[in-house]
Design a protein around this ligand. Structure first.
Ligand SMILES: NC(=O)c1ccc[n+]([C@@H]2O[C@H](COP(=O)([O-])OP(=O)(O)OC[C@H]3O[C@@H](n4cnc5c(N)ncnc54)[C@H](O)[C@@H]3O)[C@@H](O)[C@H]2O)c1
Length: 296
């Protein structure tokens, strides 16, 4: 049985562990958190998992590493130094980082050619995409092997042609989230109405066709060129930016709308996972592996 070492047992690491475990991998998970044994017993009950706080021991003998530790460059550098020293020289070291450049994580690392970003969308066990982002020192073999592993797990690996901060998914998300916060700060719309507006329009549309495809259709037989000349030419306004000093107001409004803490998190995660599972197959994605998809 091939062995995967997951580094970090947080929101993302636990979900990767479920995905790899359901995909037939033997899972080792490493995290210094004191509640690791209870967490693993609760969240990964039916899987072949070994949990330890010793990263070097977890990495030794691994066939693939998926790092999901804290989003801090100094911690990633330290973790990847340990991983480089305790893995064979054919083992891919993939980071789940949401925005840190692979070149920064690999800087000064003797295994820089084996380091690549494998950025999932939360939760990795359900969302099809994994962005594969090679740095300038990442070997083609590393990016190929990472893509192959993700494909075998039923994911859609999309390989970027070069690194850029935030990659593609989170750059798009940042523009969108900034504008959502701006509209709430401006008193144009409430938090829940904005969420419903997106679910009932752009979210549903983008689950079926992408923004460029949508542009083609929006222009009728004249295609996106016609749409740009006709409607697009009139979309002339300042886009605006949220005021960072007033983000507290937006966060208060989000917490008022959805609550906070364990029970709110569990309720929302169940809603999201149930809806996501229901649409994956009809939309042509691989059926997710069994498991309740719950996040910690
Ligand atoms: N949360 C998301 O939506 C999301 C989505 C995609 C990618 N990511 C990325 O995944 C990674 C993990 O994010 P998360 O949301 O799961 O964070 P998290 O805070 O939930 O989990 C991080 C875990 O790392 C552990 N940790 C700390 N030091 C460690 C060490 N030295 N070795 C091993 N584990 C250590 C912590 O104890 C914690 O359990 C980050 O790089 C993040 O950018 C997050």
């Amino acid at each position: 049985m091939a062995v995967v070492t997951i580094v970090g047992a947080g929101v993302i690491g636990i979900s990767w562990a479920r995905l790899f475990g359901a995909g037939g991998w033997e899972v080792r998970i490493s995290d210094p958190r004191p509640d690791l044994p209870e967490l693993v017993a609760r969240e990964l009950a039916d899987l072949p998992v070994r949990a330890t706080d010793d990263l070097a021991a977890a990495a030794t003998g691994a066939d693939f590493v998926q790092e999901a530790g804290p989003e801090r460059i100094e911690i990633k550098e330290q973790m990847f130094a340990t991983l480089a020293a305790h893995t064979r020289d054919d083992v891919v070291l993939a980071s789940s980082s949401s925005s840190l450049l692979p070149s920064a994580i690999a800087q000064g690392n003797p295994a820089a050619d084996r380091i690549v970003i494998g950025h999932p969308f939360n939760p990795p066990e359900l969302m099809p995409l994994v962005e594969v982002v090679p740095g300038p020192l990442t070997s083609a073999r590393t990016a190929d092997r990472a893509s192959e592993v993700y494909r075998e797990l039923g994911k859609l690996p999309i390989r970027l042609k070069k690194e850029i901060p935030g990659f593609v998914g989170n750059r798009l998300q940042k523009v969108f989230d900034d504008q959502a916060a701006y509209l709430v700060q401006q008193g144009v719309i409430d938090v829940q109405d904005l969420d419903d507006l997106v679910r009932a329009s752009l979210g549903l549309r983008w689950a079926t066709i992408g923004p460029f495809e949508s542009g083609v259709l929006g222009g009728g037989p004249g295609g996106m060129r016609h749409l740009m000349e006709h409607v697009g030419s009139q979309l002339i306004f300042e886009i605006g930016e949220p005021d960072p000093a007033r983000m507290g107001e937006v966060l208060d409004a989000v917490e008022d709308a959805y609550g906070t803490g364990e029970s709110a998190h569990e309720r929302l995660a169940d809603l999201r996972d149930g809806r996501t599972r229901a649409v994956l197959k009809p939309l042509g994605w691989a059926e997710p592996a069994s498991g309740d998809g719950r996040q910690q």
